[in-house]
Design a protein around this ligand. Structure first.
Ligand code: SAH
Ligand code: SF4
Length: 385
């Protein structure tokens, strides 16, 4: 135990001002009501921050001098601190971000055609320790605040000087596929996703914001009815015996329970035509055989879904290997023959992927996260082999 508990940010920052960046519309309205101000001030401030990119309260010109002074005394707009930024020849941009109290996380923006998807982190490290994941190897450091999560969207837009009309063109899609398990940081992730969908903030459609989870079932059940974002589930194995080894949380919430929770989540959506994305990281001779694919077909029979195949990304502390092109192709074929829509990672952006581990240095995240994100883009249904 260290003298200051790094997970307890309230202890470190109890004296600091309220960071308006992370407040949802409802929270912002309450904030102004508590100040004895009118509710509509919330709309003005939300637009200043998320539409105009303004961080200086004194620049929020429609608030009036007295209110600006009052606000400045107790509140601020504090985006996360960028440690480094890296551009790939294919347009991919990555940032390492220092979060309050120490620790680094990574955010990646990858343009593809007329879209650009931002891969956002939710925690520093992760407690779930999936056997093929370098974030899991770091252990858990702490949850990101709502401001640190939505701040990743803010800083991506800001780095292109793109605030103003059409501000959400730079980031058209968001996937919660960076570091951490989003459902273990429930309130902050839900608040940040609210702001992604909120018209007074980023106004993204619910189809363009995706939460990826390894299967924290009670939290997923709680999300149903609360949120309308798209759902991706990290399955990675067609049976409990294998999934227990790869995704340890499966011992607590086995596949049948998880798939039922996914179906319930989809059933809770107003648009019944939406499906869950099943993520399946293919690992050489572990889960990439044709019999695994056939088992997966049978397993998913009752779950409306599309499947996202992710060839394993190697990293230093792992003995797992990437599957061969033929293995990926064979696996893919079985699923396609069974009628599934299957997306697969493309090979763009190798230059920046190679440098990924260096970018985040001490965080030692060498999983080439941008590749995982790219595999989420459903415009990229490609034929392999
Ligand atoms: N914690 C969440 C989201 C972050 S990880 C989750 O597990 O879903 C995003 C995706 O990348 C998950 O599907 C995860 O299993 C996968 N992944 C992690 N490490 C990987 C690696 N080394 N190679 C390929 N995919 C990996
Ligand atoms: Fe955590 Fe997801 Fe990595 Fe598993 S795959 S350790 S849940 S970040």
């Amino acid at each position: 135990m260290t003298a200051v508990d790094p997970n307890d940010v309230s202890a470190v920052h109890s004296e600091s001002k309220v960071n308006l960046l992370g407040l949802t519309r409802l929270q912002m309205e309450q904030f102004f009501l508590d100040l004895g101000e009118k509710k509509f001030r919330a709309q003005q401030v939300l637009k200043w921050i998320h539409h105009a990119g303004v961080t200086r309260i004194e620049d929020m010109s429609n608030l009036g001098k007295a209110l600006r002074d009052k606000l400045s005394a107790i509140a601020e707009v504090r985006p996360p601190e960028i440690v480094s930024q890296q551009d790939s020849s294919d347009g991919t941009r990555k940032w390492a971000i220092r979060v309050e109290g120490g620790g680094l996380v990574e955010t990646v923006l990858i343009p593809a055609g007329n879209r650009a998807t931002l891969c956002v982190s939710s925690q520093v490290g992760c407690s779930l320790d999936c056997s093929f994941c370098s974030t899991g190897k770091q252990g858990f450091q702490r949850d990101l605040s709502a401001a640190e999560i939505i701040g990743q969207v803010w800083l991506a837009i800001n780095s292109y000087n793109a605030f103003g009309p059409g501000h959400n063109r730079v980031v058209s899609n968001v996937v919660m596929m960076g570091m951490g398990e989003p459902l273990l940081n429930f309130d902050n992730v839900v608040a940040a996703m609210d702001l992604m969908l909120e018209d007074l903030a980023y106004g993204l459609s619910k189809r363009r914001v995706t939460l990826s989870t390894s299967g924290v079932v009670p939290a997923l059940d709680r999300l149903a009815g609360l949120s309308e974002v798209s759902l991706a589930v990290s399955l990675h194995a067609p049976n409990d015996e294998l999934r227990n080894q790869l995704v340890p949380i499966n011992r607590k919430y086995p596949i049948a329970v998880l798939l039922e929770s996914c179906r319930n989540y989809m059933a809770s959506q107003t648009d019944k035509s939406r499906v869950v994305t099943i993520e399946y990281t293919l690992i050489h001779e572990v889960n990439d055989q044709v019999h695994h694919a056939r088992e997966l077909v049978a397993l998913l029979r009752d779950t409306p879904c599309k499947i996202n195949l992710i060839p394993f990304n190697t990293f230093a502390q792992s003995d797992y290997r990437r599957p061969s092109g033929n293995a990926v192709s064979r696996f893919w074929q079985v699923l396609v023959d069974a009628g599934y829509i299957v997306t697969i990672r493309t090979t763009r952006g190798d230059d920046i992927d190679a440098a990924c581990g260096q970018l985040v240095g001490q965080v030692a995240d060498r999983t080439r996260r941008s590749e995982r994100y790219r595999a989420m883009d459903d415009s990229q249904i490609i034929t392999v082999g």
